[in-house]
Each structure stands twice: as C-alpha cells, then as structure tokens.
Design a protein around this ligand. Structure first.
Ligand code: C2E
Ligand code: CA
Ligand code: CA
Ligand code: CA
Length: 278
C-alpha cells in the first residue's frame, strides 16, 4: 500500500511538472511569436442574406508556432491576455486588418460598404491607450472609420459598466462601429442595448445550430426580432446548412457568416473569393 501511495504521489508531481513545463514552453513560444511576428490573419466573409453579396469580413488570427505547432486562438488569445501580450498582438491585428481592407477598396475588389470586423478582448478594451491606438490605425491606413467594426463579447457588458460605457462612447465618436459577439450567451441584462452605441448583434452559433430542433426556431426568431426592433444590424454566425441559411434569410437576418458560404481564408484565397462573381 505504501508503495502504491508513493507511486501515486510520484505520478502526480510528474504530471504537474509536465504541465508547468508545457505552460512555460507555450509562454516562451508566444513571446518569440510576438517578436518574430509569426501570426497571420484569415478572413471570413459576411454575406448579405438576401443577395449573397459579400458585405464584410471578420479577421481571425492564426498562429503556426515552429515549436508548438498550430494553436487555436481560443487557446493562445487567453494566454496572451494573461501575459499582457494581447496588446502588441491586438494592435498588429488592427493595423493589418485595416491596411488590407483599404487595399481591397483601392483595388476595387470590394465596394465602399464592405466592412472589416476585428475582435477585441477584455484587456484590450480596458487598455488606457485603446482610443489612441484605434485613431492611429485609422490615420495610418486611411480607412473610413465606418468600415471598421469592433467585436466585443456580451460578457464584457456585465463588468465595469461605467468604464465600459465611456470607452464604447469614445469608440463610437470615432465613427467606428461596435458589434456584440456571441449574442445571447452572456446572461447579461438587455438594457445595455438601449444605453450603449451598439450597431450590430452577432447571433451566437449555438443558436444557429438548433434551428429546426425543438424550440430553437422560436429562440432565434425572438433574438432576430429583438435586434430588428432596436434597429440593429443582425449577423448570424456559424451557418453551415442550407436549411439554416433559408431560415435565417426568411426571418430577416441581415448578414450570414459561416462555413455554408466559406471558412476563414488566408489572404490570397479571400481575394479569390471576392473576385468570384455571385
Ligand atoms: P469568434 O469571434 O466567435 O469567432 C468565430 C469562430 O467561429 C471562429 O473560430 C470561426 O472560424 C468559427 N466559425 C465560423 N463559421 C463557422 C461555422 O460555420 N461552423 C463552425 N463550426 N465554426 C465556425 P476561430 O477562428 O478559431 O476563433 C476562435 C475565437 O478566437 C474567436 O471566436 C475569437 O473569440 C478569438 N479570436 C480570433 N481572432 C482573434 C483576434 O484577432 N483577436 C482576439 N482578441 N480574439 C480573436
Ligand atoms: Ca468574433
Ligand atoms: Ca462569435
Ligand atoms: Ca466565440
């Protein structure tokens, strides 16, 4: 019994050591990634439901680490937040994203209504220099502010409301649009929709997935009519099937984003996608 106990203890510490070691390896790799700029932006089209015209794109970061391999942003973005590295990474995403859209506009690949949506995490939103960073990025890229949309998750609305309100108002005064990402998953009061300068809600994929199942239809319809009654633009995320696309279109969603139309694409492929006549 003593022997087994000792082994169990040994096993536990080995596992802990391995975990610490791999965390450290990830942190080191992330520091190197920022220094060497190992990131890439992918672009996923947002398609006008009624006409299938591409009216916007969401920029999604990708990281292929030479030492760690491909890691999902769901894994390394929270880590970057913890380490404070989200600021250089986030600024790069803003710079790169606005620069790309301006280039597509200048080359005539997109019309002037085409927007780019960029995700902002909690720490980015709360950064004291955020407004300066955004206005610098707009100046540098010469992109019209209305073409930039910042996606923030609904859960941000639950915390630090006084500061959140003033930041969102400042962003909106720049002419930049604000979208609520993962809408419906944040369990927050809906009153912020009326109090804050929100332009767009993005219906979370978990709702789109239950279209045609149980009372999924009723929930999605309710979210859409809430958004429409408030005069918001409604984007549905994660549409994969023709049934979902038909349902969303018939129920007056403005824009649809999802694998049904396209996965997130690297730059060259996204440009090809834009050039296809639809
Ligand atoms: P998100 O903002 O909710 O992004 C949507 C995610 O859903 C993306 O995952 C996208 O690839 C995926 N997706 C889109 N359409 C479909 C579909 O039809 N089916 C399925 N199964 N998935 C679909 P991705 O690119 O792995 O990003 C994960 C999360 O990482 C994002 O969730 C966002 O929270 C975060 N993220 C990505 N890029 C950035 C960034 O540049 N900055 C920050 N702060 N966060 C980012
Ligand atoms: Ca998003
Ligand atoms: Ca989302
Ligand atoms: Ca999400």
């Amino acid at each position: 019994a003593k022997q087994a106990g000792k082994n169990a203890y040994q096993f536990f510490t080995d596992e802990m050591q391995n975990e610490v070691a791999s965390e450290l390896a990830l942190e080191n790799a992330l520091r190197i990634a920022v220094k060497k700029n190992e990131f890439q932006l992918y672009f996923q089209p947002k398609v006008h439901a009624k006409t299938h015209q591409v009216l916007g794109t969401e920029a999604l970061i990708r990281w292929a680490s030479p030492s760690e391999g491909f890691l999902s942003p769901d894994v390394f973005i929270p880590k970057a937040e913890e380490m404070g590295l989200i600021h250089p990474i986030g600024t790069w995403v803003l710079e790169q994203g606005t620069k790309m859209l301006k280039e597509w506009q200048d080359k005539g690949y997109v019309n002037e209504r085409h927007t780019i949506a960029i995700n902002l995490s909690m720490r980015q939103l709360m950064h004291k220099d955020l407004i300066d960073i955004i206005s610098n990025v707009l100046k540098k890229s010469k992109l019209a502010p209305e073409c930039l949309e910042l996606e923030i998750t609904e859960s941000i609305m639950m915390v630090n409301s006084v500061q959140t309100i003033s930041i969102l108002n400042a962003i909106s005064e720049l002419g930049v649009k604000i979208a609520i990402d993962d809408f419906g998953t944040g369990y927050s009061s809906l009153s912020y929709l009326r109090l804050l300068p929100i332009h767009t809600i993005k219906v979370d994929r978990s709702f789109v997935q239950v279209i045609g199942i149980d009372n999924g239809d009723a929930i999605v319809k309710t979210i859409i009519s809430l958004g429409n009654n408030l005069g918001l633009t409604i984007v549905a995320e994660g549409a994969e099937s023709p049934e979902q696309v038909t349902f969303l279109t018939e129920n007056n969603v403005d824009l649809i984003q999802g694998f049904y139309f396209s996965k997130p694409l690297p730059l060259e492929e996204y440009i090809k996608y834009l050039k296809v006549d639809r």
